[in-house]
Design a protein around this ligand. Structure first.
Ligand SMILES: *[C@@H]1O[C@H](CO)[C@@H](O)[C@H](O)[C@H]1NC(C)=O
Ligand SMILES: *[C@@H]1O[C@H](CO)[C@@H](O)[C@H](O)[C@H]1NC(C)=O
Ligand SMILES: *[C@@H]1O[C@H](CO)[C@@H](O)[C@H](O)[C@H]1NC(C)=O
Ligand SMILES: *[C@@H]1O[C@H](CO)[C@@H](O)[C@H](O)[C@H]1NC(C)=O
Length: 350
């Protein structure tokens, strides 16, 4: 066992049941069952009672929750693959390392993404007829343009938001979970995820008419794909605001750490504790470090060798890639290609 993982296993087992995103661990056991018996809700340790009840009463939703967990993990890692913190620790779900446990900027991103993903998946599942409890979204209230009419089957965002928020917000409403500040942070970021999802709703159309003349168009409201939503959230992640928990009047609120007069905006991701720079390995902070990470010598962004390797420098190596090339179409009907070898130079951080 890698010493880093061993450390995690030893130290995190004690507080493994802290995160409100434990349901992301459904990908471990959740794929093996049909989700047609309420016993299946016990497959995942760490659901809070309200989530357990939602599961039992809405078993048919659980396939979507499982899909959302898979999509969250994938989108998180794809979107942040050029960053020092690249979301690899999400694979440990339902166990988490400190990078996702301590009210960090990274957990703000993951909560928002997971919250968007669950509502997204349910909204889409309604439209594709996979769920007995919902169907297409209601036709928009807006008057259609001159060239089209509402029709088709829109994503059921309303139902997605309703069920999704009930599921992801439940841990913060249960008394056991976390401090008041963490609860407020997580609830806020969950809502930001849903807002980005709502903003992604766009009008999609299909043409009808003689031989595709498009004289008649049918349009509906559909959500953009999750990678697009993850990209939006990445911008918010990079611009996230550090907040603190403060008495204001009779209630406690999250306020800016620096400018403590300005209330937090509903559109910004917030976090309570600053993160390490993720340059060097430090299990205590949930940092894997960037040694051996690939970097891009010509990039000037976060994946540049300078930023990714934190100024430590990099090693170059060459890799031979075998590709299909000079493909020729032969009548009739096959394609023949040659195999070409190409060497590429790659750089990894020292
Ligand atoms: C659930 O689905 C499995 C596999 O399709 C089946 O064997 C089992 O009988 C089902 N259980 C119930 C309670 O319908
Ligand atoms: C998966 O199921 C096994 C056996 O029931 C259980 O011990 C384990 O904790 C489960 N894993 C997760 C991630 O829930
Ligand atoms: C993410 O970072 C980890 C730890 O440094 C590394 O092992 C992994 O290959 C990286 N993933 C990608 C997609 O770059
Ligand atoms: C490296 O970055 C440059 C500039 O951003 C980009 O055009 C190129 O495709 C990247 N190379 C790789 C291997 O990702």
């Amino acid at each position: 066992m890698d010493p880093f993982y061993l450390w995690i296993a030893l130290f995190c087992s004690g507080f493994a049941s802290g995160g409100a995103i434990q349901w992301l661990g459904l990908t471990v056991n959740g794929s093996s069952v049909a989700w047609n018996e309420s016993e299946h809700c016990n497959l995942l340790k760490g659901l809070v009672p309200d989530q357990m009840q939602l599961c039992r009463r809405n078993l048919e939703l659980m396939q979507s929750v499982l899909t959302a967990a898979k999509h969250t993990k994938h989108a998180c890692q794809m979107t942040l693959s050029d960053m020092r913190w690249n979301c690899s620790s999400i694979e440990l779900a339902p166990h988490f390392t400190p990078d996702l446990q301590k009210g960090t900027r990274e957990s703000a991103f993951v909560y928002a993404l997971a919250s968007a993903a669950i509502s997204h998946t349910i909204a889409r599942a309604c439209a594709s007829g996979e769920l007995p409890t919902c169907s297409c979204g209601a036709a928009p209230a807006e008057v259609p343009g001159p060239s089209f009419r509402w029709g088709g089957c829109g994503d059921n965002l309303r139902y997605g938001l309703q069920m999704g928020s009930a599921f992801v917000d439940a841990p913060m409403k249960s008394s056991k979970f976390g401090t008041q500040a963490t609860k407020l942070m997580n609830l806020h970021n969950n809502a930001v995820g849903r807002q980005v999802l709502m903003d992604s709703l766009e009008t999609k159309c299909k043409c009808h008419g003689v031989s595709g003349s498009c004289s008649v168009k049918t349009c509906w409201k559909g959500l953009q794909d999750l990678p697009h939503i993850a990209d939006e959230l990445k911008s918010k992640y990079l611009a996230a605001t550090r907040v603190m928990h403060r008495q204001m009047g009779t209630r406690k609120h999250l306020v800016h750490k620096e400018l403590d007069i300005r209330p937090v905006r509903e559109s910004e991701l917030v976090y309570l504790n600053s993160s390490p720079d993720y340059c060097t390995q430090n299990p205590n902070l949930g940092s894997y470090g960037t040694q051996d990470r690939l970097c891009n010598k010509t990039s000037v962004g976060s994946d540049s060798c300078n930023l990714m390797c934190c100024g430590r420098g990099y090693n170059a190596y060459t890799e031979t890639i075998v590709e299909r090339c000079q493909c020729k179409y032969h009548w009739c009907c096959y394609v023949m290609c040659k195999k070409c070898e190409r060497t590429v130079e790659r750089y990894v951080c020292k």
